[in-house]
Design a protein around this ligand. Structure first.
Ligand code: SF4
Length: 121
């Protein structure tokens, strides 16, 4: 899915009349499930935008069982806060010039900033 917030791949989307529910499957349960909740909530917002239906529930499914949460206002705000923080970080990276240490970075093959090749340069 690609939307105005970004893109991602949901494991499953349940369309229930006018509403959506999004399912994310994880192979290992984390001690703190909050990052997984924000991830599935992000997919929920993308699905809302693309399918034009309200997302009302998210499900995280671990080998031990599923955890379901309503798509609350605070979950929505968490996603928007993270997207905003990521956009600020990307803006900062765009301003940065490739540094000497980029040559040692394991992400340099993927990083558009490693060689001063960002799209906005
Ligand atoms: S290659 Fe990209 S991610 Fe790695 S240090 Fe350089 S700017 Fe940062």
């Amino acid at each position: 899915m690609r939307g105005s917030l970004g893109s991602g791949v949901a494991d499953a989307i349940i369309i229930n009349g006018d509403y959506l529910e999004v399912v994310e499957v994880k192979l290992r349960r984390a001690y703190d499930i909050r990052p997984h909740l924000v991830q599935v909530a992000f997919y929920c917002l993308l699905a809302e935008e693309i399918l034009r239906k309200r997302c009302r529930k998210v499900h995280l499914c671990y080998p031990e069982g599923c955890v379901s949460r309503p798509m609350s206002l605070s979950l929505r705000e968490s996603v928007f806060g993270l997207v905003e923080a990521a956009e600020k970080g990307i803006e900062e990276l765009r301003k940065a010039k490739p540094k000497k240490y980029c040559q040692y970075c394991k992400y340099k093959r993927l990083c558009p900033f490693a060689h001063g090749e960002s799209k906005n340069n």
